[in-house]
Design a binder for this molecule. Structure first.
Ligand code: ATP
Ligand code: MG
Length: 430
């Protein structure tokens, strides 16, 4: 972690330092000499030389001391012989200014006073030359930037490391994503996205595990029955025995076929990339039609009543999924109802609501969460096994795809009440 932090920290700090140093240099190179400053120095030196020329040479010392005391200017008088360089001397004799740099790094402007004397005036610090104060301020500036960067990058690298560890653990071992990233962290949204993705993968893995366990378990029984029937056929004494065994084998094949079909139907709903075929449908006609089709093979003693809100003729849904939902709820209700089943559809407060209730034994409160899991049947031990425990799992997934949810409650008829509700304008939840 320290390595990550140091790497990133040094990279950003060094980049910033290089960029601002380069900018400084470029500005210096292209801004050119400070003409105004040069002109005013030239004017000062010219005025001073005039003053000296007007005064007798013996009084120059006191005159200069006086001017220095009043203005703070630094100046000296040299004998012409002390000035080195033929070029400089030529310029001075032409009455022009000459420039000179002392061993201490100061720059001086020179002006001839008379034949034998030259006035030297120390020119102000040229722009771009840093004194100790400027250097101190520059260092302080970089130190502040470095400090701010540290406070910014340290928690960032720390949280990224936590996220990295959690992601590695998730992939390596346990399929549990447990990164503790605080909500004020800069990478909290990223961690949340990871967490949601991990939860979805968790759910898919769990449901696929359940599905393959259940399928292999459900297939085992008809397979061993078929094996037994085949042995019977091998030792059969008559054609009638063979025919009976073949009929049993056919029943078992049908059972496996039914299971595979039901499982595939559910697996499609579990796919992450399912696309809803949303359109407007007339529920005032659709619901009674589905109820009628279920009524056909329902015991005569059971009455199914459908009540649909009058204006339910523009309900947005994937009609194939909604038909599956209603049929599954009706199949359950007719299996458990004693004599009555009610179907109600209403649209209010932004939600469509489909309710199927019956007067059967109902679903115990503590089991109401579990029955939505795939392959869960509450009364599988009692009597002949019917179905696979997939109906309510399919209902829940189909309604979830519409952005809604399914609840189980007690019906006023005495049995179970299943309420599926989804938004009036469902968005494709992909
Ligand atoms: N209306 C109901 N009244 C009482 N119990 C119910 C009712 N609907 C569902 N159940 C209970 O919930 C369990 C799960 O129902 P689900 O529809 O998921 O599976 P299934 O009906 O057993 O099988 P499948 O729907 O795959 O044919 C049922 O086995 C039953 O025990
Ligand atoms: Mg069912």
């Amino acid at each position: 972690m320290a390595r990550h932090f140091l790497g990133l920290y040094l990279l950003i700090a060094a980049t910033l330092a290089v960029v601002s140093w380069g900018q400084d240099r470029l500005l210096q190179a292209y801004s050119g000499p400070d003409m105004a400053e040069e002109k005013s120095t030239a004017a000062v030196v010219a005025v001073l030389a005039d003053r000296l020329r007007e005064a007798p040479a013996q009084s120059w010392k006191t005159l200069m001391a006086d001017i220095a005391a009043r203005t703070g200017l630094d100046m000296e008088i040299f004998a012409a012989g002390e000035i080195a360089g033929p070029g400089t001397l030529q310029r001075l004799s032409r009455g022009e200014n000459a420039y000179m740099r002392s061993s201490g790094g100061d720059s001086w402007v020179l002006k001839r006073i008379d034949e034998g004397h030259v006035l030297a005036l120390k020119s102000p610090e040229p722009a771009g030359q840093r004194g100790p104060l400027e250097w101190g301020l520059t260092l302080l500036f970089y130190a502040v930037i470095a400090l701010v960067l540290m406070f910014w990058i340290w928690p960032l690298t720390r949280d990224l490391r936590v996220l990295e560890k959690a992601a590695a653990q998730y992939g390596n071992r346990n399929w549990r994503f447990a990164a503790r990233i605080k909500p004020h962290s800069q990478i909290y949204p990223l961690a949340e996205t990871f967490r949601k993705m991990a939860a979805r993968i968790d759910g898919l893995i769990a449901s696929h595990k359940d599905m393959s366990n259940a399928v292999s378990h459900e297939i085992k029984t008809p397979l061993s029955r078929m094996q037994f029937e085949i042995e019977l056929v091998q030792h059969a004494g008559s054609m009638a025995e063979v025919t009976a065994s073949l009929a049993n084998i056919k029943t078992d094949i049908d059972a496996i076929d039914g299971l595979v079909k039901a499982t595939l139907g559910y697996a499609i709903l579990e796919r992450a990339d399912l696309a809803l075929n949303l359109a407007e449908h007339n529920f005032t006609r659709l619901i009674p039609a589905i109820v009628e089709s279920v009524k056909h093979d329902t015991q005569p003693g059971i009455a199914i009543a459908a009540q649909v809100q009058n204006d339910a003729d523009h309900v947005v849904c994937d009609v194939h999924l909604l038909e599956t939902v209603l049929k599954n709820l009706l199949y359950n209700a007719r299996r458990y109802a004693s004599s009555r089943i009610n179907v109600t559809f209403t649209s209010r407060q932004g939600f469509n609501e489909l309710v199927v209730e019956d007067d059967g034994p109902g679903i115990p409160e503590q089991e109401r969460g579990r029955v939505f899991q795939s392959f869960v049947q509450l009364d599988s031990a009692a009597g002949k096994k019917v179905g696979y425990g997939l109906g309510l799992a399919i209902v829940r997934r189909a309604i979830e795809w519409h952005g809604g949810q399914v609840q189980i409650a007690d019906s006023s008829l005495g049995g179970a009440l299943v309420r599926a509700s989804w938004p009036i304008a469902p968005a494709d939840t992909r």
